[in-house]
Design a protein around this ligand. Structure first.
Ligand SMILES: Nc1ncnc2c1ncn2[C@@H]1O[C@H](COP(=O)(O)OP(=O)(O)OP(=O)(O)O)[C@@H](O)[C@H]1O
Ligand SMILES: [Mg+2]
Length: 234
């Protein structure tokens, strides 16, 4: 058994042809912990999330997610770990434009038997999708059958959150969109996301450039405190 949901050590990453962007000696997200990671625009937050999610490959170091050493796995094995255990809310949401709201939310269950069987225990994927959407304030029947391109940005964020939460993944990763929602609805959104994560015991890693959100989390970390590469460049 491991008590860490994410453990990063001696991580180094540079985009092709660019200087070192991330140089992180050690970073840990504990099981069930809700952590806020802040840093200015361009500091590498989305890149770090991409590395933890196994979408990107580091040049050096280890990234452990649950009991999986992501840095030792092939791309397809990393994809499966992500499908089974991670709920990711991307900065640009990455919703599938031609699918309805509900079809978008059930998508992770189509890529993971584990998440499908979890959803089945809650009455099936579609019912679980609708329950999560309602929890996040989207229960209008007309809205649920629309394609996602017909939704506002705030509504799309909720769809992306429901899609991340379905099937009880152990880790929820959220990359805050820069296109600001109003402060009240954003705080409410984070509280709902936190509550849903708490219910299933999932850890939450939330990144944003807006340091004011820190009080909504168990712990806050500055990427610049973690990142030696950033410090040298400063
Ligand atoms: N696909 C890519 N190819 C090359 N360079 C990239 C790519 N994505 C990001 N970068 C560069 O990496 C650096 C960090 O970008 P990243 O998107 O991780 O920042 P961020 O902290 O998430 O910023 P924001 O708050 O604006 O979302 C930037 O200098 C950016 O130009
Ligand atoms: Mg980003």
């Amino acid at each position: 058994m491991t008590t860490s949901t994410v453990r990063v050590s001696d991580l180094q990453f540079a985009w092709p042809g660019q200087p070192l962007l991330l140089d992180i000696k050690s970073f840990e997200l504990k099981a069930g912990e809700r952590l806020f990671l802040r840093g200015p625009s361009g500091s590498g937050k989305s890149t770090l999330l991409g590395l933890i999610a196994g979408v990107l490959e580091a040049q050096a170091g280890q990234i452990q997610v649950l009991e999986h050493q992501m840095t030792d796995l092939s791309g397809s094995r990393r994809d499966q770990v992500r499908a089974d255990h991670l709920g990711v809310i991307f900065q640009m949401f990455n919703l599938v434009p031609y699918l309805s709201v509900v079809q978008n939310v059930v998508l992770p269950c189509r890529f993971s038997k584990r998440r499908m069987s979890e959803a089945k225990q809650n009455g099936g994927a579609e019912q679980e999708a609708k329950r999560l959407l309602a929890r996040l304030g989207l229960d209008d029947q007309d809205l649920l059958s629309r394609t996602v391109t017909e939704l506002s940005v705030g509504q799309q964020q909720r769809v992306a959150a429901a899609r991340a939460l379905i099937g009880n993944p152990a880790l929820i990763i959220a990359d805050e969109p820069t296109s600001a929602l109003d402060a009240d609805s954003r705080d409410r959104f984070i509280q709902l996301l936190s509550e849903e994560a708490r219910k299933t015991g999932a850890a939450l890693l939330f990144v944003s450039h807006d340091g004011g959100l820190a009080p909504l989390f168990d712990r806050a970390v500055d990427l610049s405190d973690l990142n030696l590469a950033g410090r040298r460049a400063a």
